[in-house]
Design a protein around this ligand. Structure first.
Ligand SMILES: Nc1ncnc2c1ncn2[C@@H]1O[C@H](COP(=O)(O)OP(=O)(O)O)[C@@H](O)[C@H]1O
Ligand SMILES: [Mg+2]
Length: 403
């Protein structure tokens, strides 16, 4: 995975004497204290992170936490007070104004919360606007604009004016305009926040759909945890200008770094973001490592299962990789045969799932069977099982933790 953006010790102070504010930050004062002492605002405080190519990276936090300042620092709409931004390995600070303008036109597009469409231009001309500014001829830019309008489902509205469109449709035009220049990097600041919840979800899904085909690098600002978790590959949570945690939705959920982060979970259906590997257990079924002596393995397993009043065992090979599932009955049946054979004892149709599938997918598998669901890792190593009981217990537990 290559790195698209690297940000090191990035700071932004708004005010007449940023150096003074920087010294106060070094001495340990926080944003509030510096504001009280000097009237200056620390917008971003020593941010460190990287964004991988093809990733959706979300900046999340309450209003005023520094998200917009940080995303604007990336394309130097805001000039940094301190620190470094590398874009594809190049220091953004060292770009000449001309190079910066080129970069913003051709390789980086921004989508704002206020759709920022030009009211007197048609949807088509709005979409082609960035291309026009970049000097692309009429025919070529209209062709490209029609292409991206089709991608966002607005091909039939090309001749309309923005005012004739709903809010959701207007933001599709905003998205199309950004896509038109075919940027490798898209910066989206609360792009869907002004939309009603249904339209918002639709835009999120559209973005994910486009992303599955086009693999751009996207930095997305949101104040909403559900949105961040839904679209973000990784999320940076901001508080008072600082990044307080970075991780995948699952990592953040399982291990919130402080109470501020945890407070965002309130009212969110966190089960959606748990994975099979979060709830898999080895306590439900017995694990049998097959040896040369199947008869002994099975006899031992039957005894143990009976002793613990369980019904199923998972068979793994010498290395611990998944082979199949057996039941007390299937083993007894096999033991009666003159030569005990493993294939004959395995339950048919039992397929393991991989640990990184979501609980939602686990549920889909579990409604189809009464057997425990075997889980393996990406290399096929047995991790354990999930039964309907385990799943229910976990969901109730999470509800109590976060609800
Ligand atoms: N141009 C500016 N001048 C002075 N203060 C600013 C300016 N822009 C932002 N701020 C301050 O910087 C902090 C972060 O703002 P912002 O990045 O807009 O937060 P967010 O996008 O998370 O709501 C806030 O305290 C805000 O008041
Ligand atoms: Mg903002």
């Amino acid at each position: 995975m290559s790195e698209k953006i690297r940000v090191e010790n990035l700071c932004k102070v708004f005010g007449p004497d940023p150096e003074l504010a920087m010294r106060l930050l070094q001495s340990g004062l926080d944003k509030d204290a510096i504001f009280q002492q000097t009237g200056m605002v620390v917008g971003v405080n020593h941010a460190n992170f990287h964004v991988n190519e093809g990733e959706i990276f979300v900046l999340m936090g309450l209003s005023g936490s520094g998200k917009s300042t940080l995303i604007r620092l990336l394309n130097r709409l805001v000039e940094p007070t301190h620190g470094q931004i590398l874009l594809g390995g190049h220091d953004v600070a060292s770009l000449s104004n001309k190079a910066l303008v080129e970069l913003r036109r051709k390789d980086m597009a921004m989508v704002f919360q206020s759709f920022a469409l030009l009211p007197h231009l048609s949807v088509l001309d709005n979409t082609a606007f960035g291309l026009e500014v970049a000097g692309v001829g009429r025919q070529a830019r209209e062709k490209r604009a029609m292409e991206v309008l089709a991608q966002v489902g607005l091909q039939d509205y090309a001749r309309r004016l923005p005012s004739e469109l709903s809010g959701g449709m207007q933001q599709r035009v905003g998205l199309a305009r950004a896509l038109a220049v075919d940027p490798t990097l898209m910066l989206m600041d609360e792009a869907f926040s002004a939309l009603d919840p249904l339209m918002r979800k639709e835009m999120q899904d559209l973005l994910l759909h486009l992303q599955s085909e086009q693999r751009r690098t996207i930095v997305f600002v949101s104040h909403d945890l559900e949105e961040a978790f839904h679209i973000g590959d990784r999320i940076a949570i901001m508080h008072g200008g600082s990044i307080v945690q970075i991780g995948t939705p699952n990592e953040i959920l399982r291990n919130p770094s402080n109470a501020y982060v945890k407070a965002f979970f309130k009212g969110v259906d966190v089960n959606k973001y748990l994975l099979a590997s979060d709830i898999v257990t080895r306590n439900e079924t017995l694990e049998i490592r097959t040896t040369a002596d199947l008869r002994a393995d099975f006899s031992g397993a039957v005894e143990q299962l009976k002793a613990h009043q369980k019904h199923h065992a998972c068979v793994v090979n010498e290395a611990g990789q998944w082979v199949g599932m057996v039941s007390v009955e299937s083993m007894l049946h096999s033991l009666e045969a003159p030569s005990v054979s493993l294939p004959a004892a395995l339950l048919v149709g039992v397929e393991p799932v991989v640990g990184h599938i979501s609980l939602k997918e686990v549920m889909r598998c579990l409604v189809k069977t009464n057997l425990p669901l075997p889980v393996v890792d990406a290399a096929g190593y047995y991790m354990g099982t999930i039964s309907q009981q385990v799943l229910l217990r976990k969901m109730v537990e999470e509800e109590n933790n976060h609800g």
